[in-house]
Design a binder for this molecule. Structure first.
Ligand code: AP5
Length: 222
C-alpha cells in the first residue's frame, strides 16, 4: 500500500498515519519528523531548515526531494508507505511521481483531511509529545491516562514543538493554502483523491480511511 495523507497542519495526518502503519504494515514517512531529526542532530540540512520551520514556511524543494528520494530507497519502504507531509508543492508532487515510477511503484490513494481552520489552532496548541519515546498527545482530545505520565513508556517529561504557537500556525495554514492545496488538481486528474471530514472523532476518521482503502483494493493484513 502506498498512500498520501494530505491536509493542513493539525489535520490529523500524523495521528492517522501511526494507526495505519501498525494495521497495514506500511512505513510511516513524515518529512516534518525527518527535518526535526536533522535539526536535533545539528546537520547542515537541519541548520538550514530550522529558521524556515520556526517561521512556519516551507523548506526548499531541493532539500526535500533529495531527502525523500534517499528515504524511499531504504528497504523498510519496500512493503508500502504512508507519506505524511510530502509532497507539499507541485514540484514535489512531480518529483514523487518520477521516484515512484523509477522504482515500479504507484500510489493507491491520496487521502485529504478537510478541517476547520480555527479549530486547528486549538488542536495544535494543545498538542504535546513524550520527550523520551515521542508518543503524541493532546491536552483535551487525547490526554495521558495518568496526569503527567506517558502511557507508552512511563516518562514524566514532555515537549511541545516550537512552531506550535498560534502566530506560526496561522503562517503554516497560509503556506498550506498557497503552496500545498495546488497539488490537489494534480492528483484529482489522476483519479486518486478521496476527501473526508478530518474534524470527526479520530476513530471515525480511521474507519473512513479504511473504507476508502477497501474501495481501492487495499486490505489490511490478517
Ligand atoms: P509537519 O511536521 O509535517 O507539520 P504539519 O503539516 O504542519 O502537520 P502537523 O504535524 O502539525 O499536523 P498533523 O496533520 O500531523 O496533525 P496531528 O496528527 O499531529 O511539518 C513541519 C514543518 O516542516 C513545516 O511547517 C515545514 O517548514 C517543514 N516541512 C515538512 N515537510 C515539508 C515539505 N514536504 N516541504 C517543505 N517543508 C516541509 O494532530 C494534531 C493534534 O490534533 C494532535 O494533538 C492530535 O492528538 C489531535 N487530533 C488529531 N486528529 C484528531 C481528531 N480527529 N479529533 C481531535 N483531535 C485530533
Amino acid at each position: 500500500m502506498n498512500i498520501l495523507l494530505v491536509g493542513p497542519p493539525g489535520a490529523g495526518k500524523g495521528t492517522q498515519a501511526k494507526i495505519l502503519e501498525d494495521r497495514y504494515h506500511a512505513k510511516h514517512i513524515a518529512t516534518g519528523d525527518m527535518l526535526r531529526a536533522e535539526v536535533a542532530g545539528g546537520t547542515p540540512i537541519g541548520l538550514e531548515a530550522k529558521a524556515v520551520m520556526d517561521a512556519g514556511q516551507l523548506v526548499s524543494d531541493d532539500i526535500l526531494i533529495r531527502m525523500l528520494g534517499a528515504r524511499l530507497a531504504q528497504p523498510d519502504c519496500a512493503h508500502g508507505m504512508i507519506l505524511d507531509g510530502f509532497p507539499r508543492t507541485v514540484p514535489q508532487a512531480e518529483a514523487l511521481n518520477d521516484l515512484l515510477a523509477a522504482s515500479h511503484r504507484h500510489l493507491d490513494a491520496v487521502i485529504v483531511l478537510e478541517v476547520d481552520e480555527e479549530a486547528l489552532v486549538a488542536r495544535i496548541s494543545g498538542r504535546f509529545a513524550c520527550a523520551q519515546c515521542g508518543a503524541g498527545y493532546h491536552r483535551s482530545f487525547h490526554p495521558t491516562a495518568k496526569d503527567g505520565v506517558c502511557d507508552k513508556c512511563g516518562s514524566h517529561e514532555f515537549t511541545q514543538r516550537p512552531d506550535d504557537n498560534p502566530a506560526v500556525v496561522r503562517r503554516r495554514l497560509a503556506a498550506y493554502r498557497e503552496q500545498t492545496a495546488p497539488i490537489l488538481p494534480f492528483y484529482t486528474a489522476r483519479g486518486l483523491v478521496h476527501t473526508l471530514d478530518g474534524m470527526a472523532p479520530m476513530e471515525q476518521v480511521t474507519a473512513e480511511i479504511e473504507k476508502i482503502l477497501r474501495q481501492v483494493g487495499v486490505a489490511a493484513p490478517a
